[in-house]
Write a protein that binds this ligand. Structure first.
Ligand code: FAD
Ligand code: NAP
Length: 352
């Protein structure tokens, strides 16, 4: 890395020499005078971490030359004075570690809205600080941290979009300043009860993203099947948007959505509209505890249900099956899929 300055700006340049460097691989935070810039390179992480020599303004900009892998972090000086050095290196400055060996970093985000999705599930919108650059990649989750009864408690959540985009002519670019979370509030849930008591304007700590899903798994698929149970729908939101918008080789995208009752179905209306709008997309709701009026499918994940709904569109189509829900649901699902002849490479399970 290197740095240079003008009268008003400080630019830190990191030459990653990685093709396909992109905004999701660069995480920057600048709190007080502490600058932390993390670059993800495959399963490794490079860190620039310094106590800056002088104060900077709140907003941080990141420029990426994707083809050559050059990353610029641009800070605005608070006072237009000449800096003699960038700052004092901190403990992990200039280190290149396995991602899993780098501890989670948290920043405080403000709760700006809370809207009802169903009787027990809410869509929370958090704003990142202006001094943070962070985009959560498709298929990855973050951790929220709260102090509950004097103890630090951490739980994972998977960011979604504010809604399911229906117009695929215009690429949907949701603003990177906000993180949307769809969270089910459990009546005896320790963490979600505390979350539900947060007021608009309160702050909560949000970690860097984690997860092992790779978009390239979808990019080569012709048939995509998404098996979701309850809030296991959350990773499917960005995935659906990515698949329908950016993967041209996909012929079919099918969501098989397991819930207890009709009232529990998340974004049912939006999913039905999407199915009308895009002929590649189909949604099947399956209820385990329906009322008498339910005319749709009933049951729990089983070999026979999967045999009925997960079928290659052609004999030799390349298929990807993604599954997410309560752990036993996911484990059983994987076993049934293997019994039906799908290979490990054709299955991706979202887990912590
Ligand atoms: P807890 O106090 O842990 O309990 C919640 C309820 O579940 C209680 O009623 C309890 O009796 C019951 N319960 C607890 N543990 C079990 C168990 N092992 N088996 C059966 N029942 C149990 N949730 C979302 O709402 N949205 C998301 O986007 C989301 N993303 C996630 C991503 C990942 C990678 C993972 C692993 C989980 C995700 N979750 C998500 C679940 C979330 O992390 C919490 O587990 C959930 O919010 C419950 O937390 P809690 O402390 O309120 O509940
Ligand atoms: P829920 O409403 O309790 O259940 C949704 C559906 O799944 C219901 O039809 C339910 O049937 C069925 N189900 C529940 N447990 C099952 C089991 N053991 N075997 C087969 N089917 C089962 O679900 P929820 O409360 O929203 O919970 C969602 C789960 O997804 C949580 O455990 C959460 O941690 C997980 N999640 C994981 C991720 C991730 O990335 N790993 C992301 C989001 C959510 P019944 O009528 O039989 O209960």
């Amino acid at each position: 890395y290197d740095w240079f300055q003008t009268d008003s700006l400080i630019t830190i340049v990191i030459y990653t020499k990685q093709k396909d460097m992109n905004a999701e691989l660069v995480i920057v935070d600048c709190q007080d005078k502490r600058l932390r810039g993390e670059i993800i390179v495959d399963d490794h992480s490079y860190l620039v971490e310094v106590d800056l020599d002088h104060a900077v303004q709140e907003d941080v900009a990141v420029n990426i030359a994707e083809k050559v892998g050059k990353v610029e972090i641009i800070l605005k000086k608070k006072d237009n004075i000449l800096w003699k050095r960038l700052g004092q290196p901190l403990e992990s400055h200039n280190t290149f570690l396995k991602r899993t060996d780098r501890g989670l970093f948290y920043r405080k985000c403000k709760l700006v809205s809370k809207t009802e999705v169903t009787h027990d599930t809410k869509l929370l919108c958090l704003t990142l600080p202006r001094s943070t650059h962070l985009c959560v990649p498709t298929g990855q989750h973050i951790y929220l941290k709260q102090i509950i009864a004097g103890t630090e408690v951490v739980k994972p959540y998977t960011p979604v979009l504010p809604f399911l985009p229906l117009d695929f002519k215009e690429p949907f670019r949701h603003d990177s300043a906000h993180i949307y979370l769809m969270i089910k509030i459990y009546s005896c849930g320790m963490f979600t009860q505390a979350l539900d008591h947060l007021q608009i304007g309160d702050y909560i700590s949000v970690s860097n993203p984690e997860g092992n899903f790779k978009k390239s798994q979808v990019q080569t698929s012709e048939d995509l099947f998404l098996l979701a149970a309850g809030t296991g729908f959350t990773p499917m939101v960005k995935l659906l948007n990515f698949a329908l918008m950016e993967v041209s080789c996909l012929r079919t995208v099918k969501l098989i959505f397991f819930n207890k009752t009709e009232d529990d179905i998340l974004w049912r209306n939006q999913l039905e509209q999407l199915a009308l709008k895009d002929e590649r997309f189909e949604v099947q709701f399956i209820l385990s505890q329906p009322t008498k009026d339910w005319v749709g499918k009933q049951g729990k994940i089983s070999s026979s249900l999967l045999c009925e709904f997960v079928k290659r569109s052609r004999k030799d189509s390349k298929v990807l099956i993604c599954i997410c829900g309560p752990t036993p649901f996911t484990e059983q699902g994987i076993q049934y899929l293997k019994d039906l002849g799908y290979s490990q490479e054709e299955i991706h399970a979202f887990t912590a």
